[in-house]
Ligand binder design. Structure first.
Ligand code: AMP
Length: 280
């Protein structure tokens, strides 16, 4: 496996893959890899000739300096993990490579970022659409792999690819959880044991939504009230949002009729976690 840090070198490598008419699977990550990332990497490995994993902590998608400064780093360990999964290339550029002096072109998105994390994290998704577009242009994948854990991100990227006519198949894979249900996240590493315990309220609230929906309760307000009370009961929690949205438009729904998503963002101490479950 090769570790490539320069854009030009990555592009040259991609050209040689394209010359051989091999397919490229791509998994973009911000590092601090866990089993959630590994599940994307394994699918990509199975479905493509060449597998490229990027590890890049993208500053333009952070709306909170503390979050960026405290984001876990473990590049050497990450490279070992990716190598163990038989990737062909790790692309790990630094910020001068990605945003050289004078960089001033951004990809922005409308509507889909008016709700959920987009509403509460100004600029976040424009950072995401910009870095993903850049990485797609450099790596030119046939297939790119994302997690349902970041549900809004997966919808935003599908729309990006459709609107800008990128010929890339976007695969969205299920959320990988710890045994007790907490969705794996690089940010979980920042929780102390008490906070780690409190964080279980997030999945607990989503399971409550699922069971209410299964017993034919479709009123979003009623479900959200129950979810709120579960999260408020746990220690160290502060709710950013608890929403039930249409799974395609991401607009709030008052009553669940078609495919909907219950989505939650909660601060546990100083760490903001998100999770979601599809209700259909
Ligand atoms: P990140 O490194 O957090 O930017 O995540 C890189 C990719 O891994 C994104 O597509 C995430 O949605 C995905 N991902 C993160 N956590 C999980 C998880 N617990 N299960 C599945 N995919 C995940």
């Amino acid at each position: 496996m090769d570790v490539i840090t320069k854009v030009k070198e990555m592009q040259t490598r991609v050209l040689s893959i394209k010359d051989r008419k091999e397919s490229i699977g791509f998994v973009p990550t911000m590092g601090a890899l866990h089993e959630g990332h590994v599940s994307l990497i394994r699918s990509a490995r199975n479905e493509n000739d060449e597998l490229i994993v990027s590890i890049y902590l993208n500053p333009t998608q952070f709306d909170n300096k503390d979050d960026f400064d405290n984001y876990p780093h473990q590049l050497d360990k990450d490279i070992e993990i990716v190598e163990r999964e038989n990737a062909d290339v790790v692309f790990a550029p630094d910020t001068e490579e990605i945003y050289p002096e004078g960089f001033c072109t951004y990809v922005t998105q409308g509507k889909l970022i008016d709700s959920l994390c987009g509403r509460l994290r100004p600029g976040h998704f424009n950072g995401v659409t910009t870095i993903v577009t850049k990485l797609f242009n450099i790596i030119r994948p046939d297939r790119a792999y994302f997690g349902q854990k970041d549900f809004q991100q997966s919808i935003v990227i599908k729309k990006l690819v459709a609107d800008l006519n990128m010929n890339i198949d976007i695969k969205v894979l299920p959320t990988v959880r710890d045994e007790d249900g907490l969705a794996l996240s690089s940010r979980n590493k920042r929780l102390n044991p008490e906070e780690r315990h409190s964080a279980l309220c997030i999945y607990g609230s989503l399971l409550k939504a699922k069971s209410m929906f299964a017993s034919n309760i479709k009123d979003s307000k009623e479900i959200i009230e129950e979810m709120t009370s579960i999260i408020k009961k746990a220690k160290h929690t502060r709710i950013d949002y608890i929403s039930i949205v249409n799974a395609h438009t991401l607009e709030d729904v008052s009553s669940i009729n078609g495919k909907a998503v219950a989505a939650v963002a909660v601060w546990i101490g100083n760490t903001r976690l998100i999770d979601n479950l599809i209700l259909e």
